[in-house]
Design a protein around this ligand. Structure first.
Ligand SMILES: [Zn+2]
Length: 300
């Protein structure tokens, strides 16, 4: 073999290794993966039935479980899972229209997962889906039950059974049994929850394209945004420390609220909008072009 050819092979080997660095399962923890690729964690609408405590999702670290599940399904080495199947489940998990409802009740029908898929976007979780004898189930078990229902949603959406006999439980059972237990230890889930509380947090200062800075602070249950640097906004009559935003958190990394518009005529009004926070990126649906996408201002 010529030297040139050998060099080429070596280069190819190095390139292949580098390329794999991004996708090899287990080469990066879930947290690194979110940070490095600025991934958005799944953020379904999480609701409770009756007057159940809506903190249940946070208490059981459901957003963190979903975030790890998302990383696992995206990067994990699930040899028995076809790539088409994987993609459909990921699409469902990351669908912002997906609705999780916690009923707080016992299941009325005997069902292994303690949950019920209602339609293409709605899944109800019962008490026996997340608790056993009054104590929360392990994170891995909760994750399995969630994954099980995602497969049922897949059946609702895509009429997918995975086997010729239309046995409804086959595909969900098969899928949940692939979920690795070692990725859902208490330590990993609480670490992810800690990470998300910063990663998806609106609190702090954000810089717009002209150098304006908005600082969001939590006041009661509301995130209030004030201008700490105006840049071009001074031309429209904005003042330093003036309130320009108010929003409340709806789900992981998303906030609903309003933004104040001012005009050179002296008029002002508020516009309804939704804010999304992913790591150091802010975006909303109601600001001017310069505040619509902002970057987190890192202090110290
Ligand atoms: Zn089922």
């Amino acid at each position: 073999m010529s030297k040139k050819r050998l060099d080429l092979i070596i280069v190819l080997i190095i390139l292949t290794t580098l390329g794999n660095g991004k996708g090899i399962p287990g080469d990066k923890g879930a947290i690194d993966w979110y940070e490095t690729f600025e991934k958005m964690p799944p953020h379904p609408n999480m609701q409770v039935e009756m007057s159940r405590d809506s903190e249940i999702f946070t208490e059981l670290n459901i957003p963190a479980i979903l975030a790890i599940l998302n990383h696992e399904l995206s990067e994990g080495n699930w040899q028995e899972l076809q790539s088409d199947d994987r993609k459909r489940i990921l699409d469902i998990l990351n669908d912002p229209n997906l609705v999780f409802i916690y009923t707080g009740k016992q299941s009325v029908v005997a069902h292994s997962s303690g949950a019920q898929t209602i339609d293409k976007i709605t899944v109800k979780f019962n008490q026996d889906g997340w608790f056993h004898l009054g104590s929360p189930m392990s994170y891995h078990r909760i994750a399995k039950h969630i994954l099980h229902e995602l497969a049922h949603v897949d059946q609702e959406r895509n009429n997918y059974f995975g086997r010729p006999l239309n046995t409804k439980e086959w595909w969900p059972d098969e899928l949940e049994n692939m979920l690795p237990e070692e990725k859902f230890t208490a330590e990993q889930v609480t670490n992810m929850a800690d990470f998300l509380s910063k990663y998806s947090n609106l609190q702090g200062s954000w810089i717009g394209c002209d150098g304006r800075v908005v600082e969001f602070k939590l006041e009661g249950s509301e995130y209030v945004g004030r201008y700490t640097s105006l840049a071009n906004l001074g031309d429209y009559g904005f003042k330093l420390n003036e309130v320009g935003y108010s929003a409340t958190r709806t789900t992981e990394g998303t906030y609903k609220g309003k933004v104040k518009w001012r005009y050179t005529s002296g008029k002002q009004h508020w516009v309804n909008m939704t804010i999304t926070v992913t790591g150091d990126s802010y975006s909303d649906t109601g600001s001017d072009h310069c505040s619509r996408n902002m970057t987190r201002k890192i202090t110290d």
